[in-house]
Design a protein around this ligand. Sequence first.
Ligand SMILES: Cc1cc2nc3c(=O)[nH]c(=O)nc-3n(C[C@H](O)[C@H](O)[C@H](O)COP(=O)(O)OP(=O)(O)OC[C@H]3O[C@@H](n4cnc5c(N)ncnc54)[C@H](O)[C@@H]3O)c2cc1C
Length: 433
Amino acid sequence: MEIKTKVGIIGAGASGMAAAVTAAKYGAEVTLFEKNDRVGKKILATGNGRCNLGNLDFSEEKYYCRDREKLHSLFQVFSVWDTMSFFESMGLMIRDKDGYLYPYSEQASAVLDVLRMELDRKQIHVAAGREIKEASYKEDRAKFILLDESGKEYTFDKLIVACGSPASLKKGEGMTGYQIAESFGHRIMEIVPGLTGLKSGEDFTKALAGVRCKAEVKLFVDEEMAGSDVGEVQFTDYGISGIPVFQLSRMAAYALKEGKSVKAVIDFFPDQEEKAFSYMARLRFETQQDKSMEDYLTGMLHKKINMVLIKKAGLKPAVAVREAGWEKVKELMELCRNFEILLDGVNGMDNAQVCAGGVDFGQISTEMESELVKGLYFAGEVVDVDGVCGGYNLQWAWTSGYAAGRNAAGSSTRQIALGQEEYREIELPEEKA
Ligand SMILES: Cc1cc2nc3c(=O)[nH]c(=O)nc-3n(C[C@H](O)[C@H](O)[C@H](O)COP(=O)(O)OP(=O)(O)OC[C@H]3O[C@@H](n4cnc5c(N)ncnc54)[C@H](O)[C@@H]3O)c2cc1C
């Protein structure tokens, strides 16, 4: 009788399910534990309910991680193209929107459905509503022992920790993955919320709440530019949000934790060349001398932004352009390109899309196996690897899940990527005339 490798996976999120399907494909007997009553809950919330599952504009540069070479090796084995074939082989049609990949139906539930069907098809034992509280390795039995919340024990040859992170969860939740990793001697790199909004105590935030506009956001840490991004910025009553802010938030979070001064500098005209903009400002000044400052700005930016800018420049909305004078108007125009917002915090983990930090990637091999305990694997966000917005975090979940699943099943990922294996010539029946 064939003896199958028994693989236990803690966490049925994106990475855990990818690991389960892969381990089963390579011959393992798989049990997937999920503390929620249903698998893959977070997938349903991704991409505003549409699930941006990958991105064709791909490079390791899209990730924050301590070892890009290792990351490169993993993506060599399972790339964005493999993600496409992985899902297509399960029946999901994919829509490419400027490189951003979505299920064709643009329903995140479709991604979860095909994964659930595959778990079923591959006869993976799904233990939903079961929370694993402890994991250990018994040297004498060469087995991993898991204990659930009722004290029930489960035994496996290999273990994959795919517990995700506390991002988007209630305070105090989502820490088990780190606790289990620590119990095996793994180091946990400091965690902070990533892809989230930034807080400011500036008095104008409330006046701008609800405004959305295209802008460039530059992040300065101790007066040095740390990064920038362009996109739709959303002003909120606590500060700033939107994708360009999300992209910079993990940098702000670490810097604020270290007690550094952090500010965002906003350019409200990111697509205007400096010289042309100055010329336009001067022309408006010359031709609109009789207008009030409020009217001078009308038609340029959102009304609420105009009022805040006028106030910040030390002007009054009703004062005439002529009276304000060119120097003051020039100052106002410069403010439009360099609007400073002092930041004093980041949104909580419960509002973050991902978590930066986690199980030290340096103690994990290119097979996603622990360097400390043989047979122990990690996958997904629990590891100290996080990507920028745009499908990169799910890509990491699929890639790391694939590598962990395949290696735990005892098949080397070094040889061949899944996509290359899945494609084969199919002869279609001839159409009748
Ligand atoms: C609102 C939102 C939108 C997002 N949109 C996108 C997007 O469009 N594109 C993108 O690339 N990324 C997106 N992300 C990020 C992406 O969803 C995550 O990076 C990814 O889901 C992480 O997968 P994971 O398997 O590592 O963790 P998770 O999906 O969090 O899965 C971990 C699972 O483990 C379970 N678990 C934890 N501990 C235990 C335990 N002790 N016992 C049993 N089960 C346990 C959890 O309940 C959970 O189901 C988004 C995130 C959020 C919050």
